[in-house]
Write a protein that binds this ligand. Structure first.
Ligand SMILES: [Zn+2]
Length: 238
């Protein structure tokens, strides 16, 4: 399973997932169709599936155009307002690409419909706007309790699991993490590394469960109460 980032808008990543054996290609969270189609074409791939993690337009805005261009069916959260959805996903549902099977878990908090797609065998998870490298999504619809639980579920996955997030927010998140955990040397080391990579225009994703357990203050919060305090502080942190 090959996974390729497609930068979109200012700081979004659309992910292309390609299975060579079946020649299938899935697009995760196409906020914009054109860059996803162009990148697929560059690889000689044909888009055969569209997967959404939640309803926000920067994740679903390209759904209809992509479906029209390729005929690919759209799978997304059953509870969400997903343009053109063909397949309803909820806790325990599966997505398949070739022989690879992803299971769906519900991770409410950023939105109430938010899901993550987890490929256990490949140790890969598409986490949308729930978890970001060293950070997490804003709470637009859910409660701190819901989001805290969702982050815990994602970071209970095996340590080597690669987490594919939908935004390049790592530098701002790393600065907040260094502020939140001034005595954590691992956070400071990662901040330096992220600064170096971003100064060269490099992507900082995917991250891993192990890295997030070590450096993400929202994951490391001891309970939902501490999580809520951190999230509120981050909302106004500059
Ligand atoms: Zn979102």
């Amino acid at each position: 399973m090959e996974i390729v980032p497609v930068p979109a808008f200012t700081d979004n990543y659309i992910w292309l997932v390609h299975d060579e054996a079946s020649r299938e290609t899935a697009v995760v969270d196409p906020g914009d169709a054109a860059p996803a189609l162009a990148e697929a074409e560059r690889h000689g791939w044909t888009v055969t599936q569209i997967w959404n993690t939640h309803w926000h337009p920067d994740h679903t805005g390209g759904n209809l155009e992509l479906k029209q261009a390729t005929g690919a069916p759209i799978s997304g959260p059953a509870q969400g307002r997903i343009p053109g959805r063909d397949v309803d996903l909820s806790e325990g549902s599966e997505v398949r690409i070739g022989d690879h099977v992803g299971r769906v878990i519900e991770v409410p908090g950023h939105t109430l419909d938010h899901i993550a797609l987890i490929f256990d065998e490949e140790k890969v998870a598409f986490v949308g706007d729930t978890l970001f490298a060293m950070g997490c999504g804003r709470l637009f619809e859910g409660t701190p309790q819901q989001m805290f639980r969702s982050l815990q579920r994602l970071t209970e996955l095996p340590a080597k699991t690669r987490l594919f997030c939908a935004h390049e927010y790592t530098l701002a998140n790393a600065r907040f993490a260094a502020h939140a955990e001034p005595d954590n040397p691992t956070v400071h080391r990662r901040l330096s590394d992220v600064e170096r990579r971003r100064s060269r225009g490099e992507i900082t994703l995917p991250t891993t469960v192990a890295e997030e357990r070590a450096t993400n203050p929202f994951v490391r919060a001891s309970d939902a109460h501490e999580f809520a305090r951190l999230r509120a502080e981050k909302d106004s942190f500059r």
